[in-house]
Write a protein of this length. Sequence first.
Lengths: 365, 417
Amino acid sequence: MDDLTLAIRPPAEARYAAELARLAADDAAPKPAGWHLSPRAVRRFLLGDPKVGVTRKFYGDDPLVDRAIVSLMSQQGLMLVGEPGTAKSLLSELLAAAISGTSGLVVQGSAGTTEDHIRYGWNYALLLAEGPSERALVPSPVLNAMRSGRIVRFEEITRCPPEVQDALISVLSEKSLALPELGPDAVASAAPGFNVIATANLRDRGVHEMSSALKRRFNFETVHPINDPEFERELVLKQLAERLGTAGVSVTGERDVAEVLVRTFQDLRTGRTAEGTSLNRPDAVMSTAEAVNVLHAAALEAVYLDNGKLSAAHVARQLQGVVLKDSPEDGKRLRAYVDHIVKERAGRSGAWKDFYQAARALKLG
Amino acid sequence: MDAPTLHDASRDLWVVPVRHHSPACAAHLERLIAHVQPAAVLVEGPCDFDPLIAALCDARTRPPVAIVSLREASEAKGTRRVASYFPFCTHSPEFVALHAAHASGVPARFIDLPSTARAMSGDGEQQPDRSLLGSEHGFTVGDYVTALARELGCRDGNEVWDQLFETRLADAGWEGFFLDVARYCACIRGATDPADMAQDGTLERETQMRRIITEVRAAVTGPIIAVVGGFHAEAVFAADPAKAKAAKAGAGRSYLIRYGMRQLDALRGYGAGLPLPGYYERLWRLRESGAAGLATDLVTGFAAHLRSGKGETPSFPVIANAIEQAQRLATLRGRPFPTRDDVIDAIRSSFIKDEIPVEQVPLLNELRSWLTGTAMGEVPPGTGSPPAGGGCPRRGPHAWLFHRGWRTPHPRARHLP
């Protein structure tokens, strides 16, 4: 097994192993069957508890975390929906890590997902040699989770074709999976602690409808983008510090630049500036995750290709890639934003001036 | 800060801190009154409302009702009619106190400034509502409450109040309960700027309360109970022999009128009282049983409401899941029974099988509207009624101390109750 701590992005249970151990040691509250931590401890893991040295990992909607934890205790699955970049997958990973000790049981939904990914596949060589047997069966993450009483994550469930999604219905309602090839009465029953966290982006292109039978078996929780600019800025800076920390580099001047970046993103996301002017929103999603990526890329440019001082010009150069994803109209909208709003702000602040000068030079179509 | 106290033994005066329309305060107040058996009951409310106490305690009066005070306000543009409202629900501590006094045949009085006094109604301009609601304002905004909410994992001051106090509705010890309320209110007061208190009339009102309490104390022998908004409790203990202000003759008239739950609803932005009064009404009804079955009552009630044509009917497993969610959320958050926020959260998770937009959601709006309730009260026939057009509440709630002139720059729709 590779050393997980050397991977680009270790799973949550490896990144936060020390915190999870501390929470488990202190945890005297009753645990639901199959859970590694009690619900209150899971809550503290996600929302932070300074007294035990646990950092906050999910921002912006504490009641959502409560509702998610409670849904996972029930017979219903948990469905996280919302715009891209709102930390749905992060939340799903953290919940699985805290509750089951592993976030690795994942089914990635896509147009090519088949029923084998949800039920089981076969080791065909053994199948041909010995016939159907337990040894020849290759369980899917869902079957693994059922047998071991853990949480399975189903990312982007709506990208799967509907007939494949519906394979989950009997898993969720009867909590069992028939294994007809192994015998007339062969059934895999879910152990306590099994549940499903699904994520979906309901309004994207290329997604299928979920049948109402499947919807009924999930509790839906919507994860909203962060709308407090102060908050978002702190979050973006924190994420930047983490990423640069693992790469072993550091950069200066990031606070002012983060302010410019977050303001730009908030304005373009909501279609309204802080002063109250309305503007045309680009179709491209301007999520917090994107903001972190932009700041990270800008910081890397500053460190490796420049003098190590982060300026708003670095950020402006990265912005092109964010906005020009989808619709060519977005280029014009960003151009209008730069020419009117940023230009006005440039007169008042050095950081915005750098931003404006670099943004003017972008090829936005 | 000194330790709070409820009883001044040297004057045999009980000052009970309450929050308006709080069922927990009303329940504990009932027990306190039964224990103390006062010789007089004093209630925070405009003193010119005293003549209406009899009508308020009439057996035919059914809350929600309100006392409306009408006066003429003269200003640069001419005079305009101004109305202020003081609502009562069955679960209002004030209502419970007045009824208890009436039942034992002891005198009851209101002890605040007259409704027509300047400090009660601001300076005649169209005031932004919030600034007049001194004692309630502190319960929902302010540094102390915000910090406490963060510490407890609550969304806002109303949830903090529910968590700390409404959940103790069925507890045995009223003394411990009111001491905790006093301590909480003292902290809120401690975090309030004294300049604000002078400016919004709080200090003047507390002076009036002290004076009337002293007046009654001199006239009556035996224990006296004063029921005041928690914010003022620590300030009204001191004696003050000066003469209290009386209403100026011809300054205005007051009437007891029917009122509606909608108007009581604080969430519409006007501040006084707990939001979603229909929820607190149900909590009050279940107080003897410790609110057992409250979640079931609410979820099945709402489902029945939807079934009657207001929306998609939820299926049985969805309803069962919502009740289970509510109870589990209450356990996770450390509450003995599901509070208002737990029930709303549970319904949100279970009933809605789709993405919830950031803007208003029809189902949750319907839920809020149902939890507010549509009850209208009754007043005894023959109670003087205000002139037509003068007593109909305008669209939107009218909390005590908030007033509207009838002439506004832009026309608005009116809903007659």
